[in-house]
Write a protein that binds this ligand. Structure first.
Ligand SMILES: [Zn+2]
Length: 254
């Protein structure tokens, strides 16, 4: 159910020059954009594909992928570098995390022990890597255990007595920016709070003279558009135009 999250924003388009002047966006869109700053580089490479990365991070990523396991220290995992754990950022909310994997509650954690279950000391050891060896008997800890998620935060029978943030009604706002304000997102992703005067002066700054050529268009912002925004923001100063108006294939790296 969390996979179909879609945000929307309103673009102001100069149809003559085929460019987005700016977008009117709410808190959710801005939180999404700001949350991009907190993505680990390897996550970005993984999401966009190492071949499509500008610069050399794609090569670093491929080098780790291709590295012989014999060269990796025991206990170290390639996965830790290639698919780093994403620590929620200040801007992260359920809607701003369009690009992230499903919440951990939907991805069961894996735990392992050794298979000597007749030995009571072995019972004390558990690991999250099936490559680990049991400190007691030395055998590989490959026997999978079943993970039991904690009860829901507002669950009826849950034993959780202390809650972060207080009430379940959402007294504590999620994300990073205030929700009561509408924001202006420029084509180059400069984000400011919006006012009528600022919009007019922005049109002035953008040297808009032909107001008849201006057109409003509401666009959806889902996982696909989120990825394209991420990609364009690494390569371009005209992100919204590239993602929402450009019919040609995304530009190649310089
Ligand atoms: Zn053991």
């Amino acid at each position: 159910m969390a996979t179909t999250t879609t945000l929307s924003m309103k673009l102001l388009i100069d149809t003559k020059k085929n460019r987005v002047l700016f977008a009117e966006a709410d808190k959710d869109v801005v939180d999404f954009l700001f949350s991009l700053l907190a993505l680990p580089v390897a996550t970005i490479v993984g999401k966009l594909g190492k071949e499509s990365m500008c610069g050399s991070f794609g090569n670093l990523y491929a080098s780790v992928e291709n590295l012989d396991y014999k060269l990796v220290l025991p206990g170290a995992e390639k996965k830790a570098l290639l698919q780093p754990t994403i620590v929620p950022s200040a801007a992260t909310t359920s809607t701003s995390s369009l690009l992230l994997p499903a919440p951990s509650s939907e991805r069961p954690k894996s735990f392992f022990k050794c298979s000597r279950y007749y030995n009571s000391i072995c019972y004390e050891y558990v690991t999250d890597s099936s490559r680990a060896s049991c400190p007691n008997c030395g055998t590989k800890m490959t026997r999978a255990l079943r993970y039991v998620p904690p009860p829901a935060a507002d669950g009826t029978g849950g034993g959780q007595s202390v809650q972060m943030g207080s009430s379940t009604g959402g007294a504590t706002a999620k994300g990073f920016v205030q929700g009561v304000v509408t924001y202006t997102v420029r084509d180059n992703l400069m984000v400011t709070s919006m006012s009528t005067i600022s919009s007019i002066s922005l049109l002035n700054t953008l040297a808009v003279t032909d107001f008849a050529a201006l057109q409003e268009k509401t666009v959806q912002l889902g996982h696909t558009e989120g990825l394209r925004i991420l990609k364009a923001s690494l390569q371009s100063n005209t992100v919204l135009t590239d993602v929402f108006l450009s019919k040609k294939r995304p530009r190649r790296c310089a």
